[in-house]
Design a protein around this ligand. Structure first.
Ligand SMILES: [Zn+2]
Length: 404
């Protein structure tokens, strides 16, 4: 989704009506009822369905061949008939009148008929993408405050992701803090469809004043950086599981629930349902995959800066995982289980530094790489023009921005 930066662009409106006449595929009785009865059926495409099976479900058997044939002639992308697309079938006195196929919110196809022919029309909506400046103050939570200024939960997630390593929006937001976002928004026939890339983000409050500048260097390396060009990301993720809780912490001495002896627990236990995807906390190389005593099914990854991570008690391994494979942060390594010496479904997660197990919650994890030295000047001028644009766009114009 992160393409190059464009300050404002509008894709022109295009409304193309393609009319194709097809041979009549079904006969219709002449209307003899005084009050015609109209019905509309909505169908959302589900996984495993194709266009033909959907027509069968909508019971248009007598017109099926004609509809498919006229769509085929119009170049209708049958293969792109995907879950989530919507069909509306209109009938008059129980007979086919109109079929509307709405594909991915963008393109709409209509099949209509009079008594003699079938016709296809396609409508490409007016798509408009522009950069918008959003700002607001925290009243209660970040979530509620963003919804209060007319945005959606999708934006809250994207914004929180930019600052995931800087601010804990669950605990560190305070009333009176403020947020600023410069982002692409896409509209389809004037209706908001989706957000594009966040170009710039700022969070200003009790916890500090944080900036996130999106920058893509000439080699295509993209990231969010602070004003000094340092990456906002750390080289390792916070957790190998997205939704879970920790049931057992790192400790030098823990009473083992199965062995009934005191021994160190050199990791964290994350509790989540069996089969929950477990992902690598960082990029690196798989150095172990297999059974290892009390760990059960274990995966071990070697990362940069002499870090290693271990994922134990796995139910099974990710497909295509092998020793020596290079993986990226967030890549699937396996599924949570209860193999080996385990009291119940959980992930045993360990982090080692220079061969010694360390407490993952305490470790200082280095940042992901900064903007390269040779691109630092380009980054700075990009940053300054962004800050300038935002200052101009900021409605009151009095927003205090840092001296750079
Ligand atoms: Zn454990």
């Amino acid at each position: 989704m992160m393409s190059g930066l464009k300050i404002i662009y509008n894709s022109k409106s295009s409304l193309l009506i393609l009319i194709i006449l097809a041979v009549v595929g079904c006969t219709r009785e002449t209307d003899k009822v005084e009050e015609p009865k109209y019905t509309e059926t909505k169908h959302i495409v589900k996984r495993g369905e194709n266009f033909e099976t959907i027509l069968d479900k909508l019971s248009v058997a007598d017109c099926k061949v004609a509809i498919i044939s006229v769509l085929k002639n119009s170049g209708f992308p049958f293969r792109k008939c995907l879950p989530g697309d919507t069909l509306f079938l209109e009938k008059k006195n129980g007979e086919f009148l109109k079929l509307t196929y709405r594909q991915n919110l963008h393109n709409t196809y209509y099949v209509t008929t009079d008594s003699a022919t079938f016709v296809v029309a396609m409508k490409y909506p007016y798509v408009d993408t522009s950069l918008t400046f959003i700002k607001g103050d925290i009243k209660s939570t970040l979530y509620e405050s963003m919804l209060a200024v007319g945005e959606t939960s999708n934006l809250v997630i994207r914004y929180a992701d930019v600052f995931a390593w800087e601010v804990d929006f669950f605990t560190e937001t305070q009333e009176g803090d403020s947020f600023f976002i410069y982002i692409e928004k896409t509209f389809c026939d004037s209706v908001f469809v989706d957000y594009g890339a966040i170009i710039f983000a700022r969070y200003c409050g009790e916890a500090g004043d944080f900036y996130g500048v999106y920058y893509c260097d000439p080699e295509g390396r993209e990231d969010y950086y602070n004003l000094e060009g340092k990456s906002l990301r750390k080289s390792l993720l916070k957790s190998p599981l997205r939704f879970s809780y920790i049931s057992s912490y790192f400790s030098k001495r823990r009473f083992h629930p199965i062995l009934k002896v005191w021994r160190p627990h050199h990791g964290l236990d994350y509790v989540a349902p069996i089969g929950t995807p477990v992902s690598s906390i960082g990029g690196g190389k798989v150095v172990y995959k297999g059974w290892k005593g009390s760990y059960g099914n274990l995966v071990e990854i070697r990362h940069k800066n002499n870090f290693r991570s271990r994922y134990g008690h796995l139910k099974r391994f990710a497909k295509g995982l092998y020793v020596g494979k290079r993986i990226k942060a967030g890549d699937l390594v396996g599924y949570l289980g209860s193999t080996g010496l385990s009291t119940g479904p959980h992930l045993h997660f360990e982090l080692h530094k220079n061969g010694v197990p360390i407490n993952p919650l305490r470790v200082k994890i280095p940042r992901a790489p900064s903007v390269k030295k040779k691109y630092m000047n380009a980054f700075k001028s990009h940053r300054d023009s962004l800050l300038h644009t935002i200052q101009v766009m900021s409605s009151d114009g009095g927003e205090e921005l840092p001296e750079t």
